[in-house]
Design a binder for this molecule. Structure first.
Ligand SMILES: *Cc1c(COP(=O)(O)O)cnc(C)c1O
Length: 390
């Protein structure tokens, strides 16, 4: 009997709806200029490699040294036999960088949220989640036995209404929000969230994946940006974006660290990170601590690019960070715009429904510290050209 092909119809439906896509193939490292798909030369405006650390010589060197010393794989989960000196050092380094008592790292930001949220919450608790929170927060909340409710994005009035109505019915209440929202580039209203959490005796859980290495002193993140050290209970971040390596982490109290060691399923049941990746993350945090040159260059480029866009009449929405969403609107138009940009050598991602609301399609440009002014000017020139011809 032939194998059942349950996917054929699904894939055909994707094609019929016009949302089927093929992956682009990079032929070298993630850089400001890349070759893709058999030799096409493009300016890369869609990676999270904010600081250029993903291919930094200093980080490549420590990765190679770590492989020589510790091998290529950790060999076990952290709680059994996969916890090297490097893994221990990384936790301490993150805690120090974040000004927190302790930190626990995971294999990725996704496995951090999917493991930690379930572990810290239980039946009788409530999770209040921003409607635009990252998918991994949604997944983690679904795995939790706590009840879940969603508030309108960054809408503190709505959040307070929910607290007024529901706080009394629950033991612990967790307010969970992204620090920076990845599709619009706006920053969560942390001071207000913290004030509400204090007033209604809730815990705060802030996922700062796009804020770490970007906002605050030397890239310490959104909590530092607002001067709220010691006021946020649980701070999540990723080592896969600005830090340039891979991994995720949660920073908070020593007791939190111990609890996650016993209860976070992604710590207990998934192998520890490869030593080379861990070594890179440690070194990358050292680089941030030693110098603000990387984050300063990132912001200089972001300001330069965003000002030029505004001067040229492009609408970049409500961004407050290097994430630059050029508003187009219509879904088909956005896809077409993205395709034309790509043909002209600009690799920037068109983002449409269901990732964002219907009619709010946009070309999301991610500026990095390693773009040159000439490259960014070239992008503006081509953006104008594509707009004028469409
Ligand atoms: C990217 C992202 C993650 C996932 O991080 P990975 O390390 O890539 O798994 C989690 N949360 C938020 C808010 C993110 O933007």
């Amino acid at each position: 009997m032939p194998k059942k092909n349950i996917f054929k119809e699904k894939v055909e439906n994707l094609k019929a709806e016009g949302i089927f896509r093929k992956l682009n193939i990079l032929e070298g490292p993630n850089e400001a200029i890349e070759t893709v798909n058999g030799g096409q030369y493009v300016i890369n405006l869609c990676s999270n490699n904010y600081l250029g650390f993903a291919n930094h010589p200093r980080l490549k060197k420590v990765a190679i040294e770590a492989i020589e010393k510790y091998g290529v794989g950790a060999g076990a989960v952290r709680t059994i036999n996969g916890n090297t000196i490097l893994h221990e050092e990384l936790d301490k380094k993150i805690a120090q960088f974040k000004h927190e008592e302790a930190a626990h790292h995971f294999q990725s930001g996704l496995t951090c949220n999917s493991g930690a949220i379930q572990a810290i919450s239980e039946e009788g608790d409530l999770i209040l989640s921003d409607e635009l929170n990252h998918a991994s927060i949604i997944d983690g909340s679904r795995l939790s036995k706590a009840d879940r409710k969603v508030y309108k994005t960054c809408n503190m009035q709505h959040l307070e209404e929910m607290l007024k109505m529901h706080r009394k019915n629950y033991k612990n209440v967790f307010i969970i929000s992204d620090g920076v929202f990845s599709m619009d580039g706006n920053i969560a209203p942390l001071p207000e969230i913290v004030a509400l959490a204090e007033q209604y005796e809730c815990l705060t859980y802030i996922d700062d994946a796009h804020g770490s290495g970007v906002l605050g002193k030397n890239g310490r993140g959104t909590v530092d940006h607002f001067g709220l050290h010691g006021k946020v209970d649980l701070i999540v971040g990723t080592l896969s974006k600005a830090i340039g390596s891979i991994g995720g982490y949660i920073a908070g109290s020593k007791n939190m660290y111990e609890w996650l060691n016993h209860r976070a399923r992604t710590v207990l049941f998934s192998t520890a990170l490869p030593p080379a990746s861990v070594a890179c993350s440690i070194e990358a945090i050292k680089m941030l601590q030693e110098s603000s040159e990387y984050t300063e260059k990132l912001w200089e480029n972001a300001r330069f690019f965003q000002n030029k866009l505004k001067e040229n009449g492009f609408d970049i929405g409500k961004t407050q960070t290097p994430i630059t969403p050029i508003q187009i609107g219509d879904e088909a138009k956005t896809m077409e715009f993205g395709k034309k940009l790509f043909q002209e050598g600009i690799y920037a991602s068109p983002i449409i429904f269901p990732t964002v609301q219907k009619g709010t399609g946009r070309i999301r440009c991610m500026v990095s510290a390693t773009h040159t002014k000439e490259q960014l000017e070239e992008v503006i020139r081509i953006l104008n050209k594509v707009r004028d011809n469409s």
